[in-house]
Ligand binder design. Structure first.
Ligand SMILES: Cc1ncc(COP(=O)(O)O)c(C=O)c1O
Length: 487
């Protein structure tokens, strides 16, 4: 085992900056010389000095070099065969992943509510998706996970699939039975890709849901900036096993990446890895204790219930991540949107997510301090007091959606095709060129390449009229839709 208590890449950057190098290369601010005051205030002198370009011997040139050593340490920390540092988020991880799968076949099975970056990756790679439906919570109207049984059925229906793509944990903190999903995928001869954007910290504490690599996943996308604490936009891609070729993934990562990756973002991954590997368990123990108390206090506030063990009653959920405080606000007589808005107005508090029935507050791996929990709890209490005077909001009705329209072309062909803009009500029978997802719950009703059916158009119209909203359409008012031009 390498010594995880080192940060080779960060050290090399700091040493380079300290050596007062003559900077006659990019970036043009050249260590902050003559930078605008606003930039100096924003990033600080050290941020400018440490903004160091690529191809510097002793940093990322040489064999081995500190940059490669930092990625190797991350691979070891997350139990991967190889790890890539990414500077364009888990979104880049998903795009690289789709391009890599494109080398293995044309068709993939995917959980229907994969992140939009997966659909974008399919457009880039020309993949044809065969979708499997995640479980939707009938009470809360939020999306949970995919069951191994649903994945098995989808793979049986689609024997030509080259891989299976799932999401775990969810935005709301529900974790799938990834071991069961991996077992199903491997039995059917395909690799399992897990978008673990929300689970970079899972590996570092025994009381958290088991992480995807330990559960048998082959390729894992991690949005390290979300919970583990690197800088926004930095992420990692982890490869395990031999079902997906390493050099293909490597090429796909470089295809989706700037040739000038930012050293501060990359360095933040090296530092966040050290913190997680060396101090993660202790930090998480403290955070979990603080959040256990916070949960109990929130549960005692009238109208609130923190969703935790209740999630485990759902078939697709095998564990939940307690770093997410997913709070059911239905008992307050108002929506999660209104609670979140009021929380911002009255207490200057921002939560990660609001939906009709819930708000979700997120804690970082190391940020669960009693004072921070206190601020949130006091803010929520005050906000609830103020909301009491308001008229209750009507919750939108949530009816099960109709089946997805027939896929007639790949998302790529629909994206690149000549397109028409047609009146929403005239779109029946046309092939969609843009996605449409009604909230609640946010599972896409239509994806590019699928036929727009009367039933789906009516469903979307009715859910908007009933207080829901739709994401994905260029015309947010839904007067028109973009469709593929008929030849
Ligand atoms: C499941 C999932 N995958 C991928 C992403 C994209 O992550 P990033 O913002 O790091 O690009 C997100 C972002 O919220 C996500 O929720």
């Amino acid at each position: 085992m390498a010594d995880q208590d080192q940060t080779p890449y960060v050290d090399a950057l700091l040493e380079f900056a300290r050596s007062d190098p003559g900077r006659y290369n990019v970036p043009g601010h050249q260590g902050g010389v003559g930078s605008d005051e606003a930039l100096r205030l924003l990033v600080g002198q050290s941020g400018l000095s440490d903004d160091i370009p690529t191809l510097i011997p002793g940093i990322d040139v040489g064999d081995p070099n500190p940059f490669e050593e930092a990625q190797a340490l991350a691979a070891e920390a997350w139990g991967a065969k190889r790890t890539w540092f990414l500077v364009n988020g888990a979104s880049q991880g998903n795009q690289s992943m789709c391009l890599a799968l494109g080398h293995m076949g044309r068709t993939v099975v995917a959980q229907r509510n994969v992140h939009s970056s997966v659909i974008d990756g399919m457009v880039m790679a020309g993949l044809m998706p065969h979708f499997a439906a995640p479980e939707v919570d009938p009470e809360l109207g939020i999306i949970h996970c995919l069951t191994p049984k649903a994945l098995d059925e989808a793979l049986a229906d689609c024997p030509e699939a080259a891989a299976a793509i799932v999401v775990s944990p969810t935005y709301f903190g529900a974790a799938a039975d990834v071991e069961g999903l991996a077992e199903v995928a491997h039995r059917r001869g395909v690799p399992l890709v897990v978008d673990e954007a929300w689970g970079g910290h899972l590996r570092f504490h025994p009381d958290l849901p088991r992480d995807a690599i330990s559960s048998g996943a082959d390729l894992v996308i991690s949005s390290t900036h979300k919970i583990v604490g690197s800088i926004t936009q930095s992420a990692m891609l982890h490869l395990s096993g031999d079902l997906i070729e390493e050099h293909v993934v490597d090429r796909c990562v470089s295809m989706t990446e700037s040739t000038s990756p930012n050293s501060l973002l990359l360095g933040s991954l090296d530092a966040a890895r050290r913190q997680a590997a060396v101090h993660g368990e202790e930090l998480l123990t403290n955070t979990l204790a603080v959040l256990a108390e916070a949960r109990a206090e929130l549960d005692s506030m009238p109208g609130l219930e923190v969703i935790g063990n209740r999630l485990l009653e759902r078939e697709s959920v095998s564990a939940f991540d307690p770093l997410r405080l997913t709070i059911d606000v239905r008992g307050t007589g108002t929506t999660g949107y209104r609670v979140a808005e009021k929380l911002r107005e009255t207490a200057n508090i921002n939560v990660e997510l609001a939906a009709d029935t819930v708000i979700v507050a997120v804690f970082g791996m190391a940020s669960g301090l009693p004072t921070r929990a206190r601020r949130l709890l006091d803010g929520i209490e005050t906000t609830l007091g103020e909301l009491e005077a308001e008229r209750p909001d009507e919750l939108p009705a949530f009816a099960p959606p109709p089946p997805w329209g027939e896929p007639r072309m790949t998302p790529r062909d629909a994206f690149l095709a000549a397109q028409d803009v047609v009146a929403f009500d005239q779109a029946e029978g046309r092939i969609a060129a843009e996605p449409l997802a009604t909230y609640p719950p946010g599972v896409p009703n239509v994806l590019p390449g699928e036929v727009l059916t009367r039933e789906t158009l009516d469903y979307i119209r009715e859910s908007v009229e009933g207080g829901g909203f739709v994401r994905g359409a260029t015309d947010r008012g839904l007067g028109t839709l973009r469709v593929v031009r008929e030849s």
